[in-house]
Design a protein around this ligand. Structure first.
Ligand code: GRF
Length: 182
Protein backbone atom coordinates (compact mmCIF):
# COMPACT_ATOMS: atom_id res chain seq x y z
CA UNK A 1 0.00 0.00 0.00
CA UNK A 2 1.76 3.16 -1.20
CA UNK A 3 1.45 5.88 1.42
CA UNK A 4 1.35 9.63 0.84
CA UNK A 5 1.79 11.81 3.92
CA UNK A 6 0.27 15.31 4.13
CA UNK A 7 2.03 17.64 6.58
CA UNK A 8 2.35 21.31 7.49
CA UNK A 9 4.54 21.33 10.55
CA UNK A 10 7.59 19.87 12.21
CA UNK A 11 7.13 16.40 10.83
CA UNK A 12 7.77 14.38 13.99
CA UNK A 13 4.85 12.08 13.19
CA UNK A 14 6.20 11.67 9.66
CA UNK A 15 9.55 10.75 11.20
CA UNK A 16 7.88 8.11 13.39
CA UNK A 17 6.00 6.69 10.39
CA UNK A 18 9.22 6.45 8.39
CA UNK A 19 11.07 4.93 11.36
CA UNK A 20 8.38 2.25 11.56
CA UNK A 21 9.29 1.22 8.01
CA UNK A 22 5.95 2.13 6.48
CA UNK A 23 6.07 2.51 2.66
CA UNK A 24 5.88 6.29 2.28
CA UNK A 25 6.28 7.19 -1.40
CA UNK A 26 5.61 10.94 -1.20
CA UNK A 27 5.15 13.79 1.24
CA UNK A 28 2.98 16.76 0.29
CA UNK A 29 3.19 19.99 2.29
CA UNK A 30 1.04 23.11 1.99
CA UNK A 31 3.73 25.52 3.24
CA UNK A 32 7.46 25.49 3.88
CA UNK A 33 7.90 23.37 7.02
CA UNK A 34 10.13 20.89 8.81
CA UNK A 35 8.40 17.88 7.26
CA UNK A 36 10.15 18.58 3.94
CA UNK A 37 13.61 18.10 5.46
CA UNK A 38 12.44 14.96 7.27
CA UNK A 39 11.24 13.52 3.94
CA UNK A 40 14.39 14.49 2.10
CA UNK A 41 16.62 12.99 4.80
CA UNK A 42 14.78 9.71 4.26
CA UNK A 43 15.07 9.95 0.48
CA UNK A 44 11.32 10.41 0.03
CA UNK A 45 10.18 13.00 -2.53
CA UNK A 46 8.56 16.03 -0.90
CA UNK A 47 6.29 18.29 -2.89
CA UNK A 48 5.19 21.75 -1.90
CA UNK A 49 1.68 22.54 -3.09
CA UNK A 50 1.66 26.11 -1.83
CA UNK A 51 -1.48 27.44 -0.24
CA UNK A 52 -1.40 31.04 -1.38
CA UNK A 53 -4.42 32.33 0.51
CA UNK A 54 -5.68 31.88 4.05
CA UNK A 55 -8.51 34.36 3.45
CA UNK A 56 -12.08 34.14 2.17
CA UNK A 57 -10.85 34.02 -1.43
CA UNK A 58 -9.16 30.63 -0.87
CA UNK A 59 -10.26 28.30 -3.65
CA UNK A 60 -10.53 25.10 -1.62
CA UNK A 61 -11.80 22.81 -4.42
CA UNK A 62 -9.02 23.94 -6.80
CA UNK A 63 -6.40 23.56 -4.09
CA UNK A 64 -7.71 20.08 -3.22
CA UNK A 65 -7.44 19.10 -6.91
CA UNK A 66 -3.78 20.10 -6.87
CA UNK A 67 -3.09 17.98 -3.80
CA UNK A 68 -4.91 15.00 -5.33
CA UNK A 69 -2.89 15.44 -8.55
CA UNK A 70 0.37 15.38 -6.58
CA UNK A 71 -0.69 12.24 -4.69
CA UNK A 72 -1.84 10.48 -7.84
CA UNK A 73 1.36 11.37 -9.69
CA UNK A 74 3.23 9.40 -7.02
CA UNK A 75 0.81 6.47 -7.20
CA UNK A 76 -0.38 7.02 -3.63
CA UNK A 77 -3.00 4.52 -2.44
CA UNK A 78 -3.39 5.56 1.22
CA UNK A 79 -3.34 9.15 2.47
CA UNK A 80 -1.94 9.78 5.95
CA UNK A 81 -2.44 13.25 7.41
CA UNK A 82 0.21 14.14 9.96
CA UNK A 83 -0.39 17.68 11.15
CA UNK A 84 -1.79 18.97 7.85
CA UNK A 85 -3.11 22.51 8.24
CA UNK A 86 -5.54 22.79 5.35
CA UNK A 87 -9.03 21.34 5.38
CA UNK A 88 -9.44 19.62 2.02
CA UNK A 89 -12.61 19.39 0.01
CA UNK A 90 -14.73 16.57 -1.34
CA UNK A 91 -12.41 15.74 -4.26
CA UNK A 92 -9.85 14.00 -2.02
CA UNK A 93 -12.56 11.85 -0.43
CA UNK A 94 -13.79 10.91 -3.92
CA UNK A 95 -10.26 9.98 -4.98
CA UNK A 96 -9.44 8.10 -1.75
CA UNK A 97 -12.75 6.90 -0.28
CA UNK A 98 -12.19 5.43 3.19
CA UNK A 99 -8.44 5.73 2.67
CA UNK A 100 -7.52 8.91 4.49
CA UNK A 101 -6.20 8.67 8.04
CA UNK A 102 -5.63 11.44 10.57
CA UNK A 103 -4.15 11.82 14.02
CA UNK A 104 -5.62 14.38 16.40
CA UNK A 105 -4.06 15.56 19.68
CA UNK A 106 -7.15 15.05 21.89
CA UNK A 107 -9.69 12.35 22.73
CA UNK A 108 -12.28 13.01 20.02
CA UNK A 109 -15.10 13.93 20.01
CA UNK A 110 -13.69 16.23 22.71
CA UNK A 111 -11.70 19.24 21.49
CA UNK A 112 -11.87 19.03 17.69
CA UNK A 113 -10.18 21.74 15.65
CA UNK A 114 -6.80 23.39 15.52
CA UNK A 115 -6.43 24.35 19.20
CA UNK A 116 -7.14 21.00 20.80
CA UNK A 117 -4.21 21.09 23.22
CA UNK A 118 -4.81 24.68 24.38
CA UNK A 119 -8.55 24.04 24.76
CA UNK A 120 -8.03 20.88 26.81
CA UNK A 121 -5.72 22.81 29.14
CA UNK A 122 -8.15 25.73 29.41
CA UNK A 123 -11.02 23.34 30.22
CA UNK A 124 -9.03 21.93 33.13
CA UNK A 125 -9.39 18.30 32.07
CA UNK A 126 -7.10 15.91 33.94
CA UNK A 127 -6.85 13.48 31.05
CA UNK A 128 -6.60 14.13 27.33
CA UNK A 129 -4.88 12.06 24.66
CA UNK A 130 -4.76 11.33 20.98
CA UNK A 131 -7.09 9.85 18.42
CA UNK A 132 -6.33 8.14 15.15
CA UNK A 133 -9.36 8.15 12.89
CA UNK A 134 -10.56 7.85 9.34
CA UNK A 135 -10.91 11.34 7.92
CA UNK A 136 -14.27 12.34 6.52
CA UNK A 137 -15.48 15.56 4.96
CA UNK A 138 -16.40 16.88 8.38
CA UNK A 139 -13.22 17.89 10.24
CA UNK A 140 -12.02 15.67 13.11
CA UNK A 141 -14.97 13.31 12.94
CA UNK A 142 -15.05 9.97 11.18
CA UNK A 143 -14.70 6.46 12.57
CA UNK A 144 -12.18 6.18 15.39
CA UNK A 145 -9.48 3.56 14.85
CA UNK A 146 -7.41 4.03 18.02
CA UNK A 147 -7.25 6.25 21.08
CA UNK A 148 -4.93 6.55 24.00
CA UNK A 149 -5.16 8.68 27.13
CA UNK A 150 -2.45 11.08 28.29
CA UNK A 151 -2.46 12.70 31.77
CA UNK A 152 -2.56 16.48 32.14
CA UNK A 153 -0.29 17.81 34.90
CA UNK A 154 -0.98 20.93 36.98
CA UNK A 155 2.12 22.72 35.68
CA UNK A 156 1.59 21.83 32.01
CA UNK A 157 1.91 24.43 29.28
CA UNK A 158 0.53 23.79 25.78
CA UNK A 159 4.07 22.86 24.77
CA UNK A 160 4.74 20.32 27.54
CA UNK A 161 1.31 18.74 27.12
CA UNK A 162 1.60 18.55 23.34
CA UNK A 163 5.04 16.96 23.67
CA UNK A 164 3.58 14.27 25.98
CA UNK A 165 0.73 13.64 23.53
CA UNK A 166 3.12 13.41 20.59
CA UNK A 167 5.20 10.77 22.36
CA UNK A 168 2.09 8.58 22.34
CA UNK A 169 1.14 9.53 18.76
CA UNK A 170 4.59 8.52 17.55
CA UNK A 171 3.88 4.96 18.68
CA UNK A 172 0.11 4.77 18.19
CA UNK A 173 -0.11 6.28 14.70
CA UNK A 174 2.39 3.96 12.95
CA UNK A 175 0.92 0.94 14.80
CA UNK A 176 -2.59 1.88 13.70
CA UNK A 177 -1.55 2.52 10.09
CA UNK A 178 0.06 -0.96 10.01
CA UNK A 179 -3.10 -2.53 11.44
CA UNK A 180 -5.24 -0.60 8.93
CA UNK A 181 -3.14 -1.79 5.99
CA UNK A 182 -3.21 -5.42 7.05
C1 GRF B 1 0.27 16.33 15.90
O1 GRF B 1 0.12 16.47 17.29
C2 GRF B 1 -1.06 16.02 15.24
O2 GRF B 1 -1.94 15.32 16.06
C3 GRF B 1 -1.61 17.39 14.97
O3 GRF B 1 -0.47 18.15 14.59
C4 GRF B 1 0.68 17.63 15.21
C5 GRF B 1 1.73 17.42 14.14
O4 GRF B 1 2.99 17.39 14.68
N1 GRF B 1 -2.67 17.36 14.01
P1 GRF B 1 4.27 16.97 13.82
O5 GRF B 1 4.38 17.91 12.66
O6 GRF B 1 4.07 15.55 13.38
O7 GRF B 1 5.41 17.11 14.77
Amino acid sequence: MRIGVLASSGGTNLEAILRAGLPVVAVVVDRPCGATAVAEAAGVPAELVPRTSFGPDFDRPAYTEQVVDALERHGVELVVMAGFGTVLDKQIHDAYPGRILNTHPALLPAFPGWHAVEEALAAGVKVTGCTVHLATLEVDSGPILAQEAVPVFDDDTPETLHARIKEVEHRLYPETIKRFIS
